[in-house]
Design a protein around this ligand. Structure first.
Ligand code: FES
Length: 154
């Protein structure tokens, strides 16, 4: 169920944007900021506040891959899975990440600490291979740097 603060944030986004789909992206981000992810129930309530059909808002959520429709860990690691990163070692990096965390792409560690998700180019090709951890870009990542990097996210 949405809190009053979330309903207010969504209503403000609806006021701000002429296109309800643009308001939808921001509304879903607001929900995610409060709840960590967007459940079916929260999406339906957000659609009601926006005055949008639920299916249309669900389409916005599906299109925008930074909206999480399942519970995620405390830290979300988005791994770039595109060509510039492949060329400079994304594959061994991705394999090392999965091995260190003991999970496959799309999964969350048993302790709820990390979720690992692949995404298209993060726009950080000059610092490839690149990750986005909790929304912060991390570049020039190598398997050797992983232990130090992961330690920063308890
Ligand atoms: S291809 Fe990886 S950041 Fe662009």
């Amino acid at each position: 169920m949405l809190s009053e603060a979330e309903r207010q944030a969504i209503a403000e986004e609806r006021e701000r944007w002429a296109d309800p789909r643009a308001a939808g992206v921001e509304a879903l981000k607001a929900v995610q900021e409060h709840q960590g992810w967007v459940s079916d129930e929260a999406l339906a309530e957000a659609a009601e506040v926006l005055g949008m059909p639920v299916a249309e808002l669900d389409g916005v959520a599906t299109f925008y891959n930074l909206i999480f429709r399942k519970p995620v860990g405390r830290h979300v690691i988005l791994v770039c899975d595109s060509v510039s990163c492949w060329l400079v070692g994304q594959e061994p990096l991705y394999a090392a990440l999965q091995q260190r965390l003991g999970i496959a792409p799309g999964q969350t560690t048993e302790d709820g600490r990390f979720t690992l998700l692949p995404v298209c180019c993060l726009g950080r090709c000059e610092r490839a291979p690149a990750l986005l951890i909790d929304g912060e870009p991390v570049g020039d990542v190598s398997p050797e740097r992983l232990d130090d990097l992961l330690e920063r996210y308890p």
